[in-house]
Design a protein around this ligand. Structure first.
Ligand SMILES: Nc1ncnc2c1ncn2[C@@H]1O[C@H](COP(=O)(O)OP(=O)(O)OP(=O)(O)O)[C@@H](O)[C@H]1O
Length: 330
């Protein structure tokens, strides 16, 4: 049974003047879920996140945080949201600890409780040993961890991260995702934007793909990444055109489990398992059919993104919706 979503977007549309950046996007994210928002540059990821954070007002549609509409209950919702922007938003001349105190006070925290929350947040991102170091002397990756700690100070139920992996080396990325996984275990609802398919596949529970402001795919990564889960497909380039007689011999030797199609010097082979694919390739070889090269075709999500990158990424210029006011950026 599906639980009540923490974050609900219902037909959300965001415009910058006549430019439609996000087009009737609907999605739900539950407690204890990491949701990845993927898409090429300019597809509307940051705008979607900013609208959920309450920084940007959609021209139409509805956003709810823990069932509260952010339009009507802006303050209640803001208390439930931790937002980690793309840019590092810290005071370089202040220490890590001083930065946390400053942002904690902005959230209205004080005294012993603030002190406790600062310690917990720094522990969560593994930065306690650096508490007294000035932020300007930290690497970009470590600054990002402090950025995240600041967003955790008020213990929000919802965490939004805009491109958290930018400029992170593999080790920092591992720390980041381990941190997010433990926050997921605590029941937080997490949305992050990323360009890294492998991160989305490894760490996200569900993935939504935006293209020109539209949500064109939404599924579990395993389903998005592996179009043909029970079959293995190889696309090959033949050294020579295939004579009809040789093709018939190959078909009889491969048997009914292996399907292949030939067009020109291209061949597409489909086998029910990796093992049978290996045997099929060997059989073709011993039949005298030489492959110059072969590759596995891109999975569904790779292809969606490949196609989207090839397509014009400029957003559609559409008439302004009449029912509500103009989009505005804070
Ligand atoms: N303040 C703004 N004024 C006008 N247009 C904007 C503004 N912010 C974003 N846009 C446009 O809205 C569209 C969506 O932008 P957005 O930043 O949300 O995309 P994105 O997927 O986050 O891109 P990126 O991966 O490059 O960060 C883009 O075409 C962008 O040019």
């Amino acid at each position: 049974m599906r639980r009540t979503p923490m974050i609900q977007l219902d037909s959300v549309t965001i415009q910058y003047g006549p430019i439609r950046a996000v087009d009737t996007v609907s999605l739900d994210v539950e407690a204890g879920e990491i949701f990845g928002l993927l898409g090429p540059n300019g597809s509307g990821k940051s705008s979607t996140l900013a609208a959920i954070a309450g920084i940007l007002r959609p021209v139409s549609g509805r956003i709810r945080i823990q069932q509260h509409c952010i339009r009507d209950k802006a303050e209640v919702c803001a208390r439930q949201i931790g937002f980690v922007p793309q840019e590092i938003a810290l005071y370089e001349e202040l220490s890590v600890w001083e930065n946390l105190r400053f942002f904690g006070e902005l959230y209205g925290l004080s005294g012993r409780f603030l002190h406790q929350r600062m310690e917990i947040s720094l522990h969560t991102v593994q930065m306690m040993p650096r508490a007294q170091q000035s932020v300007g002397t930290l690497s970009g990756g470590l600054q990002r961890r402090v950025n995240l700690a600041c967003a955790l100070l008020h213990d929000p139920a919802v965490l939004l991260l805009d491109e958290p992996c930018v400029a992170l080396d593999p080790c920092s990325r591992e720390v980041l995702f381990n941190t997010l996984s433990s926050l997921r275990q605590q029941g937080k609802a997490i949305i992050l934007t990323t360009h890294h398919l492998e991160d989305a596949e490894q760490w996200c529970d569900r993935v939504g793909v935006l293209l020109q402001g539209k949500l064109i795919a939404l599924d579990r990564p395993a389903r998005l990444f592996h179009e043909i889960p029970h079959k293995t497909v190889v696309l090959g380039q033949l050294r020579l055109h295939l004579a009809e007689q040789l093709e018939q011999i190959a078909r009889s030797r491969l048997g009914k489990d292996i399907a292949f199609e030939v067009w020109g010097k291209q061949i597409r082979i489909e086998a029910p398992s990796q093992e049978l694919m290996g045997r099929a390739l060997a059989t073709l070889c011993t039949t005298g059919i030489e492959l110059e090269s072969f590759r596995t075709p891109p999975a569904r999500l790779d292809r969606i993104l490949e196609e989207s990158a090839a397509a014009a990424t400029e957003p559609a210029i559409l008439p302004f919706p009449t029912e509500k006011g103009e989009a505005w950026a804070a």
